[in-house]
Ligand binder design. Structure first.
Ligand code: MN
Length: 319
């Protein structure tokens, strides 16, 4: 079945230096092979897509990307260069690639302007940001002008994992817990919940946020989130229960998560219109991801939604 994949990464010129934070997270040879694949836009990437039946990949700068840049001016300039570079690559294979903008969240107004430029001039289909930027999370009030622009442009915003700002004590002495194994999931789910409890979706009801990795565990948590928040002093301030906000404003992808039971839970909790196939290339295998979704226990009409129809709707593209 044809597919659209939307957590598919590349690394642009000058972004290799940010990968230093990944060094401890990958075995050396694996990281080296990833770095090679991240800079390829031709044979290897297209071959992997063809073998998996992926007609279109939405490309994004790999983590941590600009979120690791401490200098605001450098971030603004690098975002522009990165997006120009991505547009050049897309133009070389216009039927196969789309883009998510790389944004300098260090300056929320500059990020809004860069997103507008990418959507207007380059027809990018949204933005992907790698978690907090230098410890600032996206429920910070300084981002309200940014969210206003995202809503106005009516494009989705992909919240991708990155390392926690500081290491929680529970991870100390256990480096196995870092990164994609575990800590990214908690970090990203907590970041998403900051948006929910921070009222971002109350003030910007048109926003749609994409989470990878089958929703970073949140679909499994919806009942408990509602049940337990009701028992806190914070419930009075909430306009809607967290489950309602998550079901309305979030869609999730299957990136890096190829198991039937979590998928059944995710589709059951969020609905068949809100789950989208993805790979997380090159960190995960396009072939394994494709075999998983082709064989998942769903009717063909639901499978079509998961493989490409939901993505067509969310990204406003047509295969
Ligand atoms: Mn990823």
């Amino acid at each position: 079945m044809k597919k659209i994949a939307l957590e598919e990464h590349f690394s642009g010129p000058g972004f290799g230096k940010y990968m230093n934070v990944m060094k401890g997270l990958f075995e050396g040879e694996i990281l080296a092979s990833m770095e090679e694949l991240l800079s390829d836009f031709d044979e290897q990437r297209l071959k992997a897509m063809d073998e998996a039946g992926i007609e279109v990949s939405v490309l994004s700068q790999t983590a941590p990307g600009l979120q690791a840049e401490a200098d605001v001016v450098a971030a603004v300039q690098s975002a522009r260069r990165c997006n120009d570079f991505l547009f050049e690559q897309i133009q070389r294979h216009p039927s196969r690639y789309r883009g998510f903008a790389c944004l300098p969240m260090q300056d929320p107004v500059a990020a809004a302007n860069e997103l507008e430029r990418c959507v207007r001039d380059y027809k990018f289909v949204g933005a992907l940001v790698n978690g907090h930027t230098q410890g600032v999370y996206l429920d910070d009030r300084s981002f309200w002008p940014f969210w206003e622009k995202v809503q106005e442009l009516d494009v989705p915003f992909y919240l991708h994992p990155m390392n926690p700002f500081d290491e929680p004590h529970v991870y100390s002495g256990r480096p196995e817990l870092n990164g994609a194994v575990y800590s990214w999931t908690c970090e990203t789910a907590a970041h998403a919940l900051r948006l929910v409890f921070g009222g971002v979706f109350d003030d910007f009801p048109g926003l749609r946020v994409i989470l990878g990795h089958m929703g970073e565990g949140l679909p499994f948590m919806l009942w408990r989130l509602d049940s337990r928040i009701k028992a806190t002093p914070f419930a009075k301030a909430l306009k809607r229960m967290p489950s309602e906000v998550i079901r309305r404003h979030f869609v999730v992808t299957t990136s890096g998560a190829c198991a039937d039971n979590p998928l059944l839970c995710t589709v059951s909790e969020l609905g068949e219109d809100n789950v989208l196939f993805s790979v997380d290339y090159p960190y995960e295998s396009s072939r394994i991801a494709a075999e998983f979704i082709e064989n998942a226990p769903f009717s063909e009409s639901i499978r079509e939604k998961l493989c490409y129809k939901n993505a067509e709707r969310v990204l406003r593209i047509t295969l």
